[in-house]
Design a binder for this molecule. Structure first.
Ligand SMILES: [Zn+2]
Length: 116
């Protein structure tokens, strides 16, 4: 039996259900208990492996597409800020490591960040 993607629009619940072709394409959402779990078709090339991360990525992609222009822009802005913060933290960490002596590096690797 083929595996189908199902999504509940109101609560953005996402799941995969294995079922026959002639079975109903609407189910009760296990999350909000409404008859809103609907079969969705993802137009992805068949080479994409249904790994967990990729599936979540697909959900996020789809949700992003569903957002209005304004939400999308603010979301991108948020992502940029988060990325920049992460980048800054990494840079600071690299600087810190570079300023360490070999002995300090070994200690840091063994014991972590607490003593700095
Ligand atoms: Zn639901």
């Amino acid at each position: 039996m083929p595996l189908y993607d199902f999504e509940c629009e109101p609560c953005v619940y996402y799941t995969e259900i294995r079922q026959g072709v002639d079975e109903p394409s609407v189910h009760t959402c296990p999350f909000c208990k409404q008859e809103t779990l609907k079969k969705v078709f993802i137009n992805a090339p068949p080479v994409i492996v249904r790994g967990e991360a990729k599936t979540i990525g697909q959900v996020i992609d789809r949700n992003t597409k569903n957002l209005g222009k304004y939400e999308r822009e603010s979301l991108n802005k948020k992502n940029n800020v988060a990325q920049k913060k992460e980048f800054d933290e990494k840079r600071q960490l690299h600087r810190k490591i570079n300023s360490m002596t070999e002995k300090e590096k070994v200690k840091w690797i063994k014991e972590g960040d607490w003593w700095i």
